[in-house]
Ligand binder design. Structure first.
Ligand SMILES: [Zn+2]
Ligand SMILES: [Zn+2]
Length: 169
């Protein structure tokens, strides 16, 4: 997902560009490529290009309870500054950004959105993904997926102290 900004860099501060994104990329480190759709707005600032993106993807996650795979929509939103490495007018190499984690515009005046999209996509993935908030999970004994019905395991051994109470009820 590369965007060439050589034109934009030659325009006055405040100039903007809109880009529609529709691309496939590996974004959550699971080896699968997912479709990413949305738009990005680029703004020429005094020292950089400010990129603001709002993207949607649908990824496949593993349920934390039943281990089933399910589709999950991801909203990827970010605003990041991309710093030039080469002066657009003179072609001279610029000093590297102070923060090594900064996003850069390469020598060919290209912005690569892939890394930012990946970082923000990962942040958008829920820590404990559930296929459904009421997912029944797996049987602790036989491992059967209880979303598909009951397993053949005998009913939970009830603590005898509670058994009396159950009878009373
Ligand atoms: Zn589940
Ligand atoms: Zn079971």
């Amino acid at each position: 997902m590369q965007i060439n900004v050589s034109q934009l860099l030659q325009e006055p501060v405040g100039s903007t560009r809109e880009y529609d994104i529709d691309a496939e990329a590996e974004i959550i480190g699971d080896g699968n490529e997912y479709n990413i759709k949305g738009s990005c707005r680029l703004l020429r600032t005094q020292r950089s290009v400010l990129v603001k993106c709002a993207l949607d993807a649908e990824v496949e996650l593993t349920c934390n309870r039943c281990l089933g795979r399910f589709r999950h929509p991801l909203k990827i939103k970010f605003e990041e500054e991309y710093l030039p490495t080469v002066d657009i007018h003179s072609g001279a190499t610029l000093p590297p950004p102070e923060d090594a984690a900064s996003f850069i515009i390469d020598e060919g005046h290209n912005i690569d959105l892939t890394e930012a999209i990946r970082q923000y996509a990962l942040m958008a993935v829920p820590m404990k993904a559930l296929c459904d908030k009421d997912c029944a999970g797996l049987c602790q004994k036989c491992g059967y997926n209880l979303n598909q019905g009951k397993c053949d395991c005998p009913a939970e051994d009830t603590d005898p102290r509670w058994a009396k109470l159950t009878e009373l009820r």
